[in-house]
Unconditional design. Sequence first.
Length: 508
Amino acid sequence: MGIDTTPLLEIRKLSKSFPGVKALQEVDFIVRRGEVHALMGENGAGKSTLIKVLTGVYPRDEGMFRLDGAEIHPHSPKEAEWMGISTVYQEVNLIPQLSVAENICLGRQPSRFGLVRWRAVAERAKAALARVDLKIDVAQPLASYSIAIQQLTALARALDVSAKLLILDEPTSSLDEKEVEELFKVIRKLRAQGMGVVIVTHFLEQVYAISDRITVLRDGRLVGEYETAKLPRVELVSRMIGKELARMQKVQSEAGKEAAAAQGPPLLELRQFGRPGSIAPMDMTIAKGEIVGLAGLLGSGRTETARLIFGVDAAKSGEMRVDGKRVVFKSPRQAIREGFAFTPENRKVEGIIPHLSVRENIVLALQARQGVMRTLSARQQLQIAEEFIRLLGISTPGPEQPVMNLSGGNQQKVLLARWLVTQPRLLILDEPTRGIDVGAKAEIEKLIQSLRAKGMAILFISSELEEVVRDCQRVIVLRDRAKAGELTGNQINEETIMHTIAGHSHAA
């Protein structure tokens, strides 16, 4: 059918704020009939907010929506669906214990005199599945089928209404290559039928394989709309992270100029270490006194790698060696005993315990490692807390202050103190400077360098390329949940990292 130039969906000057945050600021977004449109952006770009406002989860502050030329005001997902906007979310939002047919028709079962017409339900489910080229027994429980089939069932349910616009939020995150291609066949078929499809994904290769146009958001603002075939991958990466290649200086960090401190045997070795759906099998080493950076876009597998190393998730392939000896961590507790420490990306949810004091937060990991039989006395706890408040320059009225009352930078220092108390050999830092002010960032980076100088091995994860360049002796670049390259010495600069993330600097 080809792409119709008349907008199917037209969003103009959309703005949405939450307390203290401007999530969207005068964003325009247009989707045409018979088009697959990729919505791209890093963390906090505004993608999820745009989708939730469009589908009636959140009310808009300002802006106009038109669907098929008519202005719309959806107040709930059900209302948006009734208008012709169907959404399939990353997590399959169905009921595994019910049959496939029940899931597809749930809430809209054909009935007569108040009784469900089960034969009609089954026929309707089969017709919906035919639209996604799937033939399965609709009477079987959904849980008896693979994740890929569950995803296609969710898609069939979305198409069971008279959908004009289909929104797919990270539809391939749990699928393997073959399953992705099957899904793409269905999407191409829907495109050929004139449907507009919006796909939100972090996989660059998939964006170029399936989309016709790309809209990039950054920090709640529209960066631009582009034809996929005319936008080189490296240009897409630069627009997403806000780095203009033409203006970028190839400046090497002082840390990078030094020879990588890997003269001795590595502290940590990963050999074909991975987990399907998280990170492809990869090799990596970290030596004592070395900072190794993990660079890549959101969803590239950085946090997933950290979680595997720390034993939060179990590796399904390869092996990990510490000091040359093979180890298997079945829990973070085992990693802590081995001298590993991990400050997670989301410090407010997975890091600090907000209602506990600074003292209690600092001694938490040390007490956990020692066990309930070796409880730290109140005097010991106070001594440790005061020492690290002084060492890290934590700005607090005192050790008994609730940690939730501290600034973001000081909360991050409390988290670092918690792990430094345990005297770790390997420190995993996932976005240690996110959401804190410039001064606190500089202090934390200075602390990281001093820890390296004392012989600590550090795995440093950051979306800020300048931090990665400034602080790391080696950089491993991830793309689409796989290792895309490893940079050392003069290779460690922002431009090279971006080209490695992009894969093909001039590919279309």
